[in-house]
Write a protein of this length. Sequence first.
Lengths: 332, 328
Amino acid sequence: MHTWTRRGTSAVAELTLVEAVNDALHTELERDDDVMVLGEDVGRAGGVFRATAGLRERFGSDRCVDTPLAEAGLLGGAVGLCMAGWRPVVEMQYDAFSYPCLDQLITHVGRYHWRTGGAMQFPITIRMPYGGGVRAPELHDDSPEAYYVHTPGIKVAIPSTPSDAKGLLAAAIRDPDPVVIFEPKLVYRTARGEVPDGDYVVPLGKARVAREGSDVTLVAYGAMVPVCERAADALDVSCEVIDIRSLRPLDEDAILASVAKTGRVVIVHEAPRTAGFGAELAALIAERAIFDLQGPVLRVTGYDVPYPYWSIEDAYMPSVQRVSAAVRSLFE
Amino acid sequence: MASTEAFVPSGLTDGDLLELYRRMVLLRTYDERSLVYHRQGRIGTYAIFWNHEAIQAGATFALADDDWIFPSYRESAIGLVRGMPAETILQWWRGHPAGWWNPADWNIASITVPIATHVPHAAGLAWGKKLRGEPGIAMAFFGDGATSEGAFHEGVNLAAVMNAPAVFVCNNNQWAISTPIEAQTRAETLADKAVGYGIPGVRVDGLDVLAVYNAAREAVERARTGGGPTLIEAVHYRAAPHATADDPRAYVDLARVEEERARECVGRYESTLKSAGLLTDEHVEAVRCEAEDLMRAGIAAAEAEPPADPELLFRHAYVDPPGNIRRG
């Protein structure tokens, strides 16, 4: 149970990241009768991570629906639900289980508004736990954000804190476009922080300066933000940590402003390196800030290999040591 | 297989029977003129639906205006049965944005190009309407090849589990481009697949418009009264190329095609109506003239439309676009 305390005019609670997701869903279903949640095991079980706990009991089995085990049918069904006036929030149970839904995402979800000449809106939210480090079997560990953000018509956000998990999810649900939210499952229960009660929205497209610094900019999102923060603690240079929060729309100004200040950049993500979102960020910095740079734009990423067996996954995941080594190399 | 050669289904007036004929002629004329327009370079690649008119006109005749139609590209011109201008559909085939209608204006979803991916949309719409307590069912059209797709399975299963008011119409013309039905499935009939979803599956002669209508009417009635979805398999034979870019001589038996063309559905219905004394040569002529005029007006209007503004590259990509989509 949450402990609510009042700070100033609004109540806040100390919540874990997954509790904040749950809080956002309760708030948004309460706020808008058109919002419904659907997915595998979201109703009776309340979600395999309990993200949807209590929704079925509170809002009924028509607004928190256990669907057949079929990710493409689930997302395709959501397209039809939009046509009938609903705002579906679709849970993909795990990152890598979402791949069948890419068929619907690419062929329809990202295109249907455009296909109707702007006449119909498809305000679908897809949310899924993503990322590694959780000692799980194969295909419970992927970081598929690049597939999604590469798809026109789609917006993508990734929180790293409980308050952002609530606020970005609320923004996604209220957004008129399809939005995909990746939730860092590694920190579902270890990221803990104050979350405003009731209506709370963090606008898409605004980065967060997680830590101010002056010598080097670490750019990350999701579970890599705390890794960068720990690296910043360990290093004796002044690190600015930018949590970009939203991959599209992207807060280019925040990244460029930080690069202008520090002149050095390390981009960190768990997804494989080639054509990962870090490549897009590096290209942006090369195009718009090359004269601010005092060294190469570096990336610390997963490797271009299948996500490994969990007994050796620590060798895959970007670590404080790898991030620190990259930062130090910029000062050699 | 149900056939209605010898009887007229209950509930259809003489006027209904003639309206059904008018719609078939409209579709046939659209298709035949489109092939000419394509050869004249006035429209792009075009998916021919010659001899599919009985299925399209028959099944949709069972619908009310607030029911939704989910067409594949084979049913591109199905809007004609609801009065959509031929110009709109011709523009779609001309690659002009004026061809992309608002589905809510017609209760007709956009033409779906990838195979079977609209089947879950129909399931979702039907389910969503039911959840809202609103009237309206969904009817989706797809081909025999579509029944091999995962999206078909996932969509029909979703509709069945949710007891959604949906009708799934499989246009089994026995060819998926060059792949014959026996290379597509080992099932004896496609209607048999309904068993796996716990819903009724019926098989009708796809060249018999009244048989198709009858099957659709029963399915629509079942959907409206809470009986859930139905799978209809309308069997016929593709007696034309898959599309203008296809040359079926490499894979099809031309003698069989000629046989099938001789049994085509519009002429067959025309004979039925004539022998019942409902249709005169003058009426036939009038209906054909109306359809041809409509096509002439349609292509003229389409060609009179100014070229699309390249600005449309960006408009409607998002409702609320990210700032950088114009950077190329």
